[in-house]
Structure formats: structure tokens, C-alpha cells
Ligand binder design. Structure first.
Ligand SMILES: [Zn+2]
Length: 216
């Protein structure tokens, strides 16, 4: 099962990917997580990526493609995976197709999550995460038991790119970069659109319907 999850920041595709990854026993490959790990370790790629992310820009395609190629070469991807945050541009999409072709593999389904912009801003600006265990909370939808503190005891932080002033910029960048990609997959007959309103379970039911219909 090889799935690609597309959608703007704040749409909840990471939550969905994590849930389905557990249910189906395939890794959830989130570009953001891989990049943040590289930034935390201050690797050359990490430092390069950080300068772009801090200013609300996308990390260049070549940097991302190399990171993903490395990840998809690891043995846990044999049964499939859920890609979350990759590809984000046509160039990345074409690079992915090439990687898959070389192994005679293909994407089973591309799920595009969408939601109106006001709701997206609200969702992102309420997001806080734990720098120690990476658990993500939300001030409205998923508040920590103790305000500002993770269940592991660490003080929560708001990622710089989740602050309201950066969010609008991220959404604009996303729209420009990703709209052509949506058409790209639609043209290949791989795209399913899922409106990401409702509860986590409601949305994941829509997602499962979308890719089960396509694989039967
Ligand atoms: Zn924690």
C-alpha cells in the first residue's frame, strides 16, 4: 500500500497518516519530521532547510528529494508507506514517479485533504508540541491535561512556523506550489478529494473509503 497524502498545513493529514500507519502496519513518512530531525542534529541539510523554513518558504526540491530517496531505501518501506508532505511540487512528484518506476512500483492512491482557510489558520495557530517526545497538542481540539505541559513532563513549545504571522504565508506558498500537483495526479486518475471537516474518525473513514474503493 503506497499512499500519498496532499493538503495544506493544518488540514490534519499528519494525524490521519499516523492513524492509518498504525492500522495497516506501514511507516508514516513525514517530510517535516525528517527535516526537523536533521535540523535538530544540525546536519548540513538540516541547517540549509532551517533557513528556508524560518522565513516561511519551502525547502528546495533537490534537498527534499534526496532526503526522501534515502528514506524510501530503508527496509521498513517494503510493504508500503504513507507519504505525508511529499511530494509538494510537480518536480518532486516527477522525481517520486521515477524512483517508483525504477523499482517497478506505483502509487495506489493520492488523497487530497481540503478545508477552508479560516479553519486552517485556527487549527494551526492552536498547535503546540513537545520538544522531547514530539507529541502534538491543540489548545482547542486536543489540550494537554496540564496547561502548557506534555504528558511526559516537558514544557510545550509552539513551532516558529505554526505562529499566526507565518501561517498565512505558508498557506499562500502552499497554494502556489501545490495546485499544479493536484492537477498532475488528477490527470493520472490517482486523486481522491477528502474534505477534512469533522472528527478524526469521521475523516479517516472517508480516507479508507477512498483508497479501498480504488484498490478493489
Ligand atoms: Zn513529551
Amino acid at each position: 500500500m503506497r499512499l500519498v497524502f496532499l493538503g495544506p498545513p493544518g488540514v490534519g493529514k499528519g494525524t490521519q497518516a499516523a492513524k492509518l500507519s498504525k492500522e495497516y502496519g506501514v511507516p508514516h513518512i513525514a517530510t517535516g519530521d525528517i527535516l526537523r530531525a536533521a535540523m535538530a542534529r544540525k546536519t548540513p541539510v538540516g541547517l540549509e532547510a532551517k533557513s528556508y523554513i524560518d522565513s516561511g518558504k519551502l525547502v528546495p526540491d533537490d534537498v527534499i528529494i534526496n532526503i526522501i530517496r534515502e528514506r524510501l531505501g530503508e527496509p521498513d518501506t517494503k510493504k508500503g508507506y504513507i507519504l505525508d508532505g511529499f511530494p509538494r511540487t510537480i518536480k518532486q512528484g516527477e522525481a517520486l514517479s521515477k524512483m517508483l518506476d525504477q523499482n517497478r512500483e506505483k502509487i495506489d492512491r493520492v488523497i487530497y485533504f481540503y478545508l477552508n482557510e479560516d479553519e486552517l489558520v485556527k487549527r494551526i495557530a492552536g498547535r503546540w508540541s513537545c520538544p522531547a517526545c514530539q507529541k502534538v497538542y491543540h489548545t482547542i481540539n486536543n489540550p494537554p491535561k496540564k496547561e502548557g505541559i506534555c504528558e511526559c513532563g516537558t514544557a510545550l513549545v509552539q513551532r516558529k512556523d505554526d505562529r499566526p504571522e507565518t501561517v498565512k504565508e505558508r498557506l499562500a506558498v502552499y497554494r502556489n506550489e501545490t495546485s499544479p500537483l493536484i492537477q498532475y495526479y488528477e490527470g493520472q486518475g490517482l486523486l481522491s478529494k477528502v474534505e477534512a471537516d469533522g472528527t478524526v474518525d469521521e475523516v479517516s473513514e472517508k480516507v479508507e473509503n477512498a483508497f479501498q474503493k480504488s484498490s478493489s
